[in-house]
Design a protein around this ligand. Structure first.
Ligand code: ADP
Ligand code: MG
Length: 765
C-alpha cells in the first residue's frame, strides 16, 4: 500500500519549504516530480494536519499518469462535466418514453431476471443479453465486449442501471448500461445524484477516481480560503472549501455552477494579481532608457508627416502610446497587435526614430531571414522617402544626419558582419535589423534604447530576455508586434505583463479580397485562367505549397516539382519564380527581389512568404492543399495580397472532395476553409481557430512564465478575466506588496502559483 499525502511536496524555493512547514512527499514519488512546479491552487494551510489517503501501488501509478501526485492534485482533478442522475424512472415509464421516441439517458432500479449465454455477433463482438425488471415491467439489456458483466451480475441481483434508452427491432432496450449493485447498509453512490465525469484512463475509471476523491474528503481538514471575506461577498462567491466539495459532490445543478464560478475566479484572480504585481515591480525597480518626447519637428514626427498616406487613427494612437512609454524611466513592454496589413511597420519605424533622435540605437528582430530582409528594404525605402535619396534632399539636413541602417542575419558574409558589429559597438550603426543573429553574444550595442520584436509567436520568452540584456545603458524598451490578433481581454491574460496597442482598422482605400475555394483539377484550371488574366493586366500571383519536395508519403503537390510543371506546361509564356526555406539566403533574396521588381509574374513558394512579405502589385494568392494549413496561416498568406490599389483574389485549393460530409476529417476541413472564405476578420478567425485547436496552443509560447489554468477557459470566461484584472489592480493599489494581514494568504498563493522566480524582477541595467 502506498498513500497520497495531504498537501504539497516541497518546492525548490527554500522559503516555500519553510512556509509549507515541510509538507510531505508521496512515498514513491520520483525526484523529478518532487522538483516539479506546484500545480493549481494551494488548498491547505501550512499547519493542516496530515492524514494520508491510502492507495494501492497500482493505483498510485495510474494516478501518476493522470498527473495526480498528492491529495492536493486529486482534489483539483476537476470533472470534465456532470451528468444529472437525480431522476429515477420505472420501467413502465421507460416504455412510454420509448413509444414517444423520447430517447436519452435514463436510470432505473431493477433486478436481473435473465442473463443469456454470451455469443459472437457477425462482426466478431461478444454480445451479452438479458432481461431486467421492476414491479412495473421488464426490459431487455445488451452489452458488447464487456465480459466482466457476467462476473459482476447474476440472476436475482438488485442494482441501479443507467444508460441510453433505445429501441431495437421494435423492442425497448437499454444498451450497455452501467450499473451499481445495491448492497444493504450502503447508500448508492452513483445514483440519484449529479455525477461528475472525470478525465480518466483505462487503468483508473471516472467512478474509481470519484471514490478516491470521496475518501480524500473524509480525511482532510479545512480548506484554506485566501480570498478576504469582503471580496468573497462582493463577488457572491462560495467559500473555497465549499466550492471544492460541490464541484465533486453537487446536490443540485446550481451547485456546479456556483462551485465553478468560485474556482474559476480563484485561478484568474491570482493569475492577474501576479501579472499586475510583476509589471508594477518592474516599473518600480528596473532602470530603463528614458527617451526624449517627440516634438512636432523631430525626426519621428516629420517621418510620419512625410508618408505618402494618412495614418489610420489606430496607428496614430499606437504611436502616441509608444512615445509615452518610451519617455518613462522604466522600460516599455508593449505588444502591438494588428490585423494583417494594418500597418504595423510604420509604428515600428516611428518607435525606432524616437530612439534614434534621442541618441540611442534601435534593433528590429524578425523570425526569418526573408522577413528581416523585407524589413530592411521597407525601412530603407521609408527612410529614403523621408530623407530623400541623397543628402541634398534630406528633410532633416538641419537637425540630424541620416540614420545608418544595417542588416544582420545568419548568412551575412563574414567581412560585412565584422564591419557591422564594429559599427554597432561604436555607435555608428543607428538601426540594426536582423534575425536571431541579433541576440548572439558577439553583438554588443553601444547604447541600445529600443528593441522591436516582430511576430512574437515565433519568439520564446528566452529570446526576449536575451534581447533585453543587450541594453548597455539600461533595459531597452521593447515593442513586440504580432499579427495573430486576439481580443484585448485574452491578450491581457496571456501577455498580462505587456501593455497592449491594437491596430483594429485597415488603411483607407484597401481593395477587398475575394476568397474562394477551388476543388480538384477543374477548380485549379479556373484559377490558372484567373492568374493568366491578372498577369495580362500587369499584376502578379503567388502560388503556395505546403511542402518543398515531392513526398510519396503524402500525395501533396510540392513547391519544387510544381514550379517546374507550372513553368513548362501551364504558364510557358510567363516568368515563374521559386522561393523556399531551403534555398541559400542570397538565392532567396534574388527570388524575392525579382518578384518585387516585377521580373517574375508568378512566385511559387512555401510558407516562407507567410509573414510580412509586401508586394502591393500581387493580386492572386493560390494556396494548394489549403486544408493542411492552420487558419491563422491561411489568413496570413491571404494578407500578402490586397495591399495595393487593385482588387485581389485568394483561392483555397484542395483535392479533398468537400461534399463527402460523412467523413469527419473532410467535414472539419470543409468547415475551416469555409470559415476563411467567408470572413476577412482576423479576430474572428483567430477565435474560430482557438475553438478548434484548444487554448493550450496560445499558452505554448509563454508556458515558462505562466501558472496553469485548470478550470478557467480564456474564451469562456472573458467577463471574469476583466473583473479579476480590475480587482487585482484595486488590491495592489491599496497594498502594493500584499503585506496587509488579510492579504498574506493571497500573497502566498500568488507566489505559489507562478513558477519559481517568475515574479522576481532581476535587475539587469
Ligand atoms: P502589417 O501590419 O501587416 O505588418 P505593413 O506594415 O506591412 O502591415 O503595411 C502594409 C502596407 O500598407 C504597406 O505597404 C504599408 O506601406 C501600407 N500602409 C501602412 N499604413 C498605411 C496607411 N495609413 N494608409 C495606407 N497605406 C498604409
Ligand atoms: Mg508586418
Amino acid at each position: 500500500m502506498g498513500e497520497l499525502i495531504l498537501g504539497r511536496f516541497p518546492t525548490p524555493r527554500p522559503n516555500a519549504v519553510e512556509r509549507d512547514g515541510g509538507s510531505l512527499v508521496w512515498w514513491h514519488m520520483p525526484a523529478e516530480t518532487v522538483a516539479a512546479q506546484p500545480r493549481g491552487l494551494e488548498l491547505f494551510g501550512a499547519g493542516t494536519r496530515r492524514r494520508p489517503v491510502p492507495v494501492s501501488g497500482k493505483k498510485a501509478a495510474a494516478l501518476e499518469k493522470l498527473e495526480i501526485a498528492s491529495v492536493q492534485d486529486l482534489l483539483q482533478h476537476y470533472p470534465r462535466y456532470h451528468v444529472d442522475r437525480t431522476q429515477l424512472r420505472t420501467i413502465a415509464e421507460l416504455k412510454r418514453l420509448a413509444a414517444s421516441e423520447d430517447l436519452g439517458d435514463v436510470q432505473i432500479h431493477a433486478r436481473v431476471k435473465k442473463l443469456n449465454r454470451p455469443f459472437k455477433t457477425k462482426t466478431g463482438k461478444l454480445m451479452i443479453t438479458g432481461t431486467i425488471g421492476d414491479e412495473t415491467g421488464s426490459i431487455s439489456v445488451t452489452w458488447f465486449n464487456q465480459q466482466w458483466v457476467l462476473r459482476a451480475l447474476s440472476v436475482g441481483a438488485e442494482a441501479f442501471f443507467y444508460g441510453r434508452l433505445g429501441t431495437f427491432g421494435g423492442k425497448t432496450q437499454l444498451t450497455s448500461p452501467r450499473f451499481e449493485l445495491v448492497r444493504t447498509g450502503r447508500e448508492p453512490f452513483n445514483v440519484g445524484r449529479i455525477i461528475p465525469i472525470y478525465p480518466a484512463s483505462s487503468e483508473l475509471s471516472s467512478d474509481q477516481l470519484r471514490r478516491l476523491i470521496w475518501d480524500a474528503f473524509q480525511r482532510i481538514g479545512d480548506v484554506v480560503d485566501p480570498v478576504p471575506d469582503e471580496i468573497r461577498k462582493r463577488f457572491r462567491l462560495l467559500r473555497r472549501g465549499d466550492a471544492l466539495r460541490l464541484i465533486h459532490f453537487p446536490e443540485q445543478k446550481d451547485d456546479v455552477l456556483r462551485a465553478r464560478k468560485r474556482l474559476v475566479f480563484d485561478e484568474l484572480f491570482t493569475l492577474q494579481l501576479g501579472l499586475v504585481y510583476r509589471k508594477r515591480k518592474l516599473e518600480r525597480t528596473v532602470r530603463g532608457v528614458r527617451h526624449d518626447a517627440p516634438t512636432e519637428d523631430s525626426l519621428a514626427e516629420v517621418f510620419l508627416a512625410s508618408l505618402p498616406f494618412e495614418l489610420t487613427s489606430a496607428q496614430r494612437v499606437a504611436c502616441d502610446e509608444v512615445a509615452r512609454d518610451m519617455t518613462q524611466t522604466y522600460p516599455m513592454h508593449r505588444l502591438l497587435e494588428g490585423e494583417v496589413g494594418s500597418g504595423k511597420t510604420v509604428v515600428a519605424v516611428y518607435a525606432c526614430l524616437v530612439a534614434m533622435q534621442s541618441g540611442f540605437q534601435a534593433a528590429v528582430m524578425a523570425p526569418t531571414e526573408v522577413l528581416a530582409e523585407q524589413h530592411h528594404l521597407t525601412v530603407k525605402e521609408l527612410l529614403d522617402r523621408a530623407f530623400g535619396e541623397d543628402e541634398a534632399t534630406n528633410l532633416f539636413a538641419q537637425i540630424s544626419k541620416r540614420p545608418v541602417v544595417r542588416l544582420l542575419t545568419g548568412s551575412t558574409p563574414a567581412t560585412e558582419r565584422e564591419k557591422t558589429l564594429a559599427g554597432v559597438a561604436n555607435g555608428d550603426v543607428n538601426l540594426l535589423i536582423g534575425t536571431h543573429a541579433l541576440i548572439q553574444e558577439a553583438v554588443a550595442f553601444k547604447n541600445l534604447g529600443l528593441a522591436v520584436v516582430d511576430e512574437q509567436h515565433r519568439f520564446g520568452v528566452h529570446q526576449r530576455k536575451a534581447l533585453r540584456e543587450k541594453g548597455a545603458v539600461g533595459e531597452p524598451d521593447i515593442l513586440v508586434m504580432t499579427a495573430t490578433p486576439i481580443p484585448r481581454t485574452l491578450a491581457v491574460t496571456i501577455y498580462g505583463d505587456l501593455d497592449i496597442s491594437i491596430l483594429d482598422e485597415l488603411p483607407k482605400g484597401r481593395q477587398p479580397i475575394t476568397t474562394t475555394i477551388a476543388v480538384g483539377d477543374e477548380g485549379r484550371e479556373r484559377v490558372y485562367d484567373l492568374i493568366r488574366r491578372e498577369v495580362a493586366s500587369g499584376r502578379q500571383a503567388f502560388i503556395v505549397y505546403a511542402l518543398r519536395d515531392f513526398s510519396d508519403k503524402v500525395e501533396l503537390r510540392s513547391a519544387k516539382s510544381e514550379a517546374k510543371r507550372l513553368a513548362a506546361e501551364v504558364f510557358p509564356d510567363l516568368e515563374v519564380g521559386l522561393v523556399h526555406g531551403d534555398m541559400k539566403a542570397d538565392e532567396k533574396e534574388d527570388a524575392m527581389t525579382a518578384f518585387r521588381d516585377g521580373k517574375t509574374d508568378v512566385l511559387v513558394a512555401t510558407t516562407v512568404v507567410e509573414v510580412g512579405v509586401d508586394v502591393p502589385n500581387a493580386t492572386v494568392m493560390l494556396i494548394e492543399s489549403a486544408e493542411r494549413f492552420g487558419l491563422a496561416q491561411l489568413h496570413q498568406l491571404r494578407g500578402r495580397i490586397g495591399r495595393g490599389a487593385h482588387a485581389s483574389y485568394c483561392v483555397l485549393a484542395t483535392d479533398l472532395d468537400l461534399d463527402k460530409s460523412d467523413d469527419s476529417a473532410v467535414a472539419v476541413a470543409a468547415e475551416r476553409l469555409h470559415a476563411v472564405a467567408t470572413t476577412t476578420d482576423g479576430f474572428k478567425l483567430a477565435m474560430t481557430d482557438l475553438r478548434h485547436r484548444g487554448e493550450g496552443q496560445l499558452f505554448g509560447a509563454r508556458q515558462s512564465g505562466m501558472p496553469q489554468l485548470k478550470m478557467a477557459r480564456v474564451l469562456e470566461h472573458e467577463d471574469m478575466i476583466k473583473a479579476a484584472r480590475d480587482l487585482a489592480v484595486e488590491v495592489l493599489d491599496a497594498d502594493p506588496e500584499l503585506r496587509a494581514y488579510e492579504h498574506i494568504p493571497l500573497e502566498r498563493e500568488m507566489r505559489d502559483r507562478f513558477p519559481d522566480q517568475a515574479l522576481d524582477v532581476v535587475q539587469s541595467g
